[in-house]
Each structure stands twice: as C-alpha cells, then as structure tokens.
Design a protein around this ligand. Structure first.
Ligand SMILES: C[S@@+](CC[C@H](N)C(=O)[O-])C[C@H]1O[C@@H](n2cnc3c(N)ncnc32)[C@H](O)[C@@H]1O
Length: 157
C-alpha cells in the first residue's frame, strides 16, 4: 500500500476530487497519502487518534505542511470547511459499531463545504466465496502475509 503504484492513483483521484480546495484526512496515520497530496499543492489537515503515528508523520519530509489534530475521527472537530474529506485504507472498519460509523459520516458532513465530497475506501471481502458453514477463506498466503475472509455467521446460519 505504500508503493508509488498504490499511492499515486489514489493521490491523483483525491487531488481531482479536492477540485482546487482543501482536504481533511480522517485517520491520517503516518501520512502515506497526505504527504504526497500536500506536495501536489492541496492543503491537507489530518485527524489521527494515535500520537505515535503522528510522530511517524512528523519524521517525513513535507509533513510540516500538514496540521494534525489528535482525536477520534467520529467526534473531533477542526476549524474550517473542506472541499474533500477522505478516509482510506479500510480505516472506517476501525469504528466497530454502526453508531460510531454514523457519527463519523456526520462528522465528515460537518466539515464539508456545500458540494464537498466524502471519500471512503473500503475493500469488500468476497463473502460469497464462503460455502455454508465455513467461516473463513484464505485469499493471500505467503511467508510474509496471511489474509483471510471471515464471517461472523454462526456455523448454522
Ligand atoms: C491503516 S492506518 C491508515 C493510515 C493512513 N490513512 C493511510 O492511508 O496510510 C489506520 C490509522 O487509523 C488510525 N485510527 C484508528 N481509529 C481511529 C479513530 N477512531 N480516529 C482517528 N484515527 C483512528 C490509526 O491510529 C492508524 O493511524
């Protein structure tokens, strides 16, 4: 996810959707996307829960352009209105309840100027590959990475 092949197309799209305005990244992390987006001239503000992640961001060249507010993306308010709020890398899934996810959408709306956009990147696992009764299905198995689709269904249903 940190390779130029993964990051550049995302940054291209976000730059286009920011449409000459400013952007707010929810859960900005170490700035994988915010740093190259800001380097394109899009002013980016970040919200991030983890101070150690913000320290990782601060260690990067160009991070000085990106103000970060430490807090929960579902509730934290930052000054200003943005033409783009974005939340990438499946991070909406870090909010574990529907109530928190709805609060996050409301918080995004609160930060958008009229006509602004909220972009959410979320991989949807291929649950239909799970036969009845099977709760997991590996889709990437290597020495460095083991990933599987999981369902919380009970074996009977
Ligand atoms: C997978 S990383 C993604 C970081 C960055 N957006 C990127 O694309 O590289 C997830 C980040 O979300 C942050 N995070 C998790 N829950 C959060 C929350 N409720 N509010 C703000 N940040 C949160 C984590 O601390 C972590 O930095």
């Amino acid at each position: 996810m940190g390779t130029p092949e993964a990051v550049e197309p995302a940054v291209d799209l976000l730059e286009q959707l920011a449409d000459g305005g400013t952007a707010l990244e929810f859960a900005v992390g170490s700035g994988r996307v915010a740093v190259p987006l800001a380097a394109r001239g899009v002013p980016v503000h970040g919200i991030e829960l983890s101070e150690p992640m913000v320290e990782q961001l601060r260690a990067k060249a160009g991070a000085e352009r990106i103000p970060v507010t430490v807090g929960d993306m579902a509730t934290t308010h930052v000054p200003g209105r943005f033409s783009l709020v974005y939340l990438v890398y499946n991070t909406i899934s870090n909010l574990l309840t529907q109530q928190e996810q709805v609060a996050c959408f409301r918080n995004a709306a609160r930060h958008l100027m009229p006509g602004g956009r909220f972009v959410v990147e979320l991989g949807v696992p291929p649950l239909r590959r799970l036969p009845p009764g099977q709760l997991t299905c590996p889709f990437d198995v290597s020495e460095e990475h083991l990933a599987s689709t999981s369902s919380t269904r009970s074996p009977s249903g």
